[in-house]
Every structure is written in structure tokens, then in C-alpha cells.
Design a protein around this ligand. Structure first.
Ligand SMILES: Nc1ncnc2c1ncn2[C@@H]1O[C@H](COP(=O)(O)OP(=O)(O)OP(=O)(O)O)[C@@H](O)[C@H]1O
Length: 286
């Protein structure tokens, strides 16, 4: 799903004239929820991600972990078709990702920097975008669409803000709105790019609980985060990205210092004098 105010996504290019009723296709198949095989993306000649392989089963939350510039957003944008890979394939429920996107099977909560918050659109209309996949090309909302939007807004505690322009919200409220859009879309795979950055603890706890609830319904979630301490609570598994996936395992295994060093290039559990990431290190150690 793309947004007219999303800086990196030219909306008109991706709008099909007809879409199937999304409720017909959201039954998890026997294929993996998300299967990324040998995906390489280069910006000009420089590789951002290289031969990325990642498989995500149904009903799982996978944390995507890596340093700044390790390729997390590039991977999300590639799944969403915003960035074209030089090689590799991405499948969702056994379908090519482009087909899955057309069927509205993937929802995306972008990084805040990728959204134009000055765009004159209300909270309610942002969440309604999650319903485009099941509307006709005129995008005339039906009662079911309006109900789904109201329910999603209530679920994230944003019903009172429905008519507010999206820029007139706090960081946590903005994230809630995009999570509401994903809920309204009723997709089977959710991608969230750093949803906890600039978010207060209340919103973080609410979003975490919502994501766990969505996974319990059988949906699959790939979420990038820099908050390593939240991993065991939030995720069933984690993948370490350093241009390629260097490890995908349980949060407990991934958080082992020698494994974190594979992605961070150093041991983030080392004492303050040894590396600048010691705040994370001491929280984890404590
Ligand atoms: N549009 C672009 N043009 C050229 N290079 C880019 C572009 N977008 C990203 N890059 C480069 O690709 C690499 C991966 O960037 P990406 O944004 O995917 O990393 P990230 O892991 O999401 O980082 P962060 O944690 O800071 O959000 C970086 O070296 C970045 O400079």
C-alpha cells in the first residue's frame, strides 16, 4: 500500500484499476509468509544489501537488527516495490511480492522520515488508505470500510484524533495511526520500519501488545528496531542484517555478544570504555 504523501512512493504508478476483495485471499497458505531469496540491491554501483535470504513463517514476529546503514529500510522498500533489486526474488504466501502487494496482502509502516507530515490529510483518511485494496477504482468507501477504520482507530486509541491533520500529532500518535492503517488493511504480512523511534513508553507498549495480538491471529510481522532490550518481549525470532543476513535465530541466541558482533562489528556488551554502544550493552547485561 502506498501513500500520496509518502515521499518515496509515487502513488499513481502502483494503483491498479481493479482489486480482488482482500477477504478472499488472506488465508495463510502452506508456503512461508515471507520468503526472501538472494536479494541484492545497489544504489548506483554501491551494494546496500547483498544476497539477502530470510524466511518468515506464519504467526511469527521477526526483529530486523543492524547498524545504521546496514540495509534495513532498503530491504523493506524492496519488499514494497519502491526499490528494485538487481537480483533475487521475494514471495509472500507463495506469490511474487508484486502480486501480493496488488492483493493488499502486505502492509507497511514506514520510517517517519519517509512521510511528508505537512500533507493536508486527516488521521481518518490515512487509515482509510488501508482499505483501498478492497475498494473499487473510484475508492468509494462502503460501510464496512468505515467500520473497519473506526475499529482500527479505537484499537490504537486514536479515535478522538480522527479529524486532525496528521502532522498535528506526537511521534507516538503518528506511529499509532500507521499501525491503525495496517490493522484496517487486514493484511497477512506487516512490515514496520523502526516503529518505536521517537515513541513514548505508553505507545510502545500498546503497539507491542497489538503486534503480539496480530501474530497470535496468524499474521507475520517483520519489524526493524534499534531497541535490543525489547527483542525478547516483542519477537519470536530476530535476524541480524549487515548487508546480508548473518544470523536468524531466537532473540536469546541473537543477543549473544559474539553474535551481535557479527552485525555491529564490535561487541555491544563490552564496557563503556571499549565502545560507544555501552548504554545498550549495560541495559542488556542488567
Ligand atoms: N536512495 C539512496 N541512494 C543511494 N544510497 C542509498 C539510498 N538509500 C540508502 N542508501 C545507502 O544504502 C545503505 C543502506 O541504507 P538503509 O537506509 O537501507 O539502511 P538502514 O539499515 O535502514 O539504516 P538506518 O538504521 O539508519 O535507518 C546505506 O549505505 C545508505 O547510505
Amino acid at each position: 500500500m502506498t501513500l500520496p504523501f509518502q515521499k518515496t512512493l509515487p502513488f499513481q504508478k502502483t494503483l491498479p484499476f481493479r482489486r480482488r476483495d482482500a477477504s478472499q485471499i488472506r488465508v495463510p497458505s502452506s508456503s512461508a509468509a515471507l520468503e526472501i531469496s538472494n536479494v541484492t540491491v545497489r544504489y548506483k554501483s554501491r551494494a546496500a544489501i547483498e544476497n539477502v535470504n530470510l524466511s518468515l513463517d506464519w504467526g511469527r514476529v521477526c526483529g530486523l537488527i543492524g547498524t545504521n546503514g546496514s540495509g534495513k529500510s532498503t530491504l523493506f522498500k524492496t519488499i514494497m516495490g519502491v526499490v528494485k533489486p538487481q537480483s533475487g526474488t521475494i514471495q509472500v504466501a507463495g506469490l511474487p511480492s508484486a502480486q501480493a502487494r496488488r492483493r493488499s496482502m502486505i502492509s507497511y509502516v514506514p520510517q517517519s522520515e519517509d512521510v511528508d507530515w505537512t500533507f493536508p490529510i486527516s488521521v481518518r483518511d490515512v487509515v482509510m488508505m488501508g482499505r483501498y485494496g478492497s475498494q473499487n477504482w473510484l475508492r468509494t468507501p462502503r460501510e464496512t470500510d468505515r467500520d473497519a477504520v473506526s475499529t482500527a482507530l479505537e484499537t490504537v486509541g486514536m479515535a478522538d484524533f480522527a479529524h486532525r491533520q496528521i502532522g498535528q500529532l506526537s511521534g507516538g500518535q503518528r506511529k499509532r495511526v500507521f499501525v491503525a492503517r495496517a490493522i484496517a488493511q487486514n493484511s497477512s504480512v506487516l512490515l514496520l520500519d523502526e516503529p518505536f523511534t521517537g515513541v513514548d513508553k505508553t505507545s510502545e507498549a500498546l503497539i507491542t501488545n497489538l503486534l503480539r495480538g496480530l501474530a497470535a491471529e496468524g499474521r507475520s510481522i517483520l519489524i526493524s528496531t534499534h531497541d535490543l532490550t525489547s527483542l525478547p518481549h516483542l519477537c519470536d525470532e530476530a535476524a541480524l542484517l549487515n548487508q546480508r543476513i548473518v544470523l536468524q535465530d531466537t532473540p536469546e541466541v541473537v543477543l549473544q555478544p559474539e553474535n551481535l558482533a557479527l552485525a555491529f562489528g564490535h561487541n555491544p556488551l563490552a564496557p563503556a570504555s571499549a565502545n560507544p554502544h555501552s548504554a545498550t550493552a549495560s541495559r542488556l547485561a542488567g
